[in-house]
Design a protein around this ligand. Structure first.
Ligand code: BEZ
Ligand code: FE
Length: 273
């Protein structure tokens, strides 16, 4: 075990407590050898399937750690869980930013423009910020498993435009989807009777030199899973109601022959430290 993050003192504080808590549960529930061996086999399977982040998410441990890690500074945009679907090197997108290519299935979706300003918590524009966004397509699939989508679809990294810190990107309204259910975590969800659905959302990771990075998600009002996200990550301040535009002039100005949606999401980063 590495001690690089917290050091030996931190381990000496936390580990005995964690073990005592586990022992307490085992005693209280009179857990026997066959059950404990099944637990160890499950954890072995989770490791082999590379599903520990997913397990942390669906047990809502990630949400707890997010809350413990990020103070409730009202002026800053609320943080949220990153989840396991982030890819390290997303496509760089130039303005006007569009984060997807059409594919067989795009016709099921509505075009959405997400826009806002990246500023510090005191309102200073941050034009050099880097935004990373990722989401499912309109059928609820990530490029990682939806074979119709090219790699990098519905992902993008880009800067705000100009000195004002304003950003905008074109995407499609995502849909609710289930977390992966074909591995050990899926078996666990089935066994304890927890549904695997997440409300539709768009992930953001925003960095700017001298500021605390922000990882968060945006959700959409009216989604059937807002109240019971399987990872419990919905925060009221992150829910938006997109506006619908069906005026032909507005559509033409956007180069579209179909109605579209817009959604405003300003991002405020606290100074580093
Ligand atoms: C996601 O939002 O990408 C996600 C979060 C937790 C588990 C699986 C997926
Ligand atoms: Fe997601």
């Amino acid at each position: 075990m590495t001690t690089a993050v917290g050091g030996k003192e931190r381990l000496a504080q936390v580990v005995p407590d964690a073990i005592a808590a586990i022992h307490d549960v085992l005693k209280r529930h009179d857990v026997r050898e066959n059950e404990w061996m099944a637990v160890l086999q499950f954890l072995t399977d989770v490791g082999r399937a590379d599903e520990f982040i997913l397990l942390s998410d669906v047990t809502r441990t990630s949400v707890l750690i997010d809350a413990l890690s990020h103070g409730d500074e009202d002026a800053a945009t609320a943080s949220d869980v990153e989840g396991p679907m982030y890819e390290e090197d997303p496509p760089w997108r130039e303005a006007p930013v569009k984060i997807y290519e059409e594919y067989d299935g795009s016709e099921n979706g509505e075009v959405l423009f997400v826009r806002g300003k990246v500023t510090s918590t005191d309102g200073t524009p941050l034009p050099d910020a880097v935004l990373d966004v990722w989401q499912t397509g309109p059928d609820g699939g990530y490029d990682l498993w939806d074979e119709r989508q090219p790699k990098g679809n519905f992902r993008g990294r880009f800067n705000p435009v100009g000195e004002s810190g304003d950003y905008e990107f074109r995407t499609m309204l995502p849909k609710p989807y289930t977390v992966p259910t074909d591995g050990p975590v899926g078996r666990y969800l089935e066994a304890i009777g927890q549904h695997p659905w997440r409300p539709a959302h768009i992930h953001f990771k925003v960095t700017a030199s001298g500021y605390t990075p922000l990882v968060t998600q945006v959700f959409f009002a009216g989604d059937p899973y807002l109240e019971n996200d399987t990872i419990g990550a919905v925060k009221d301040s992150l829910v938006r109601s997109p506006d619908r535009h069906d005026d032909p002039t507005a559509m033409r100005e956007r180069g579209l022959d179909e109605p579209f949606l817009t959604c405003d999401f300003d991002i405020r980063l606290p100074p580093a430290g």
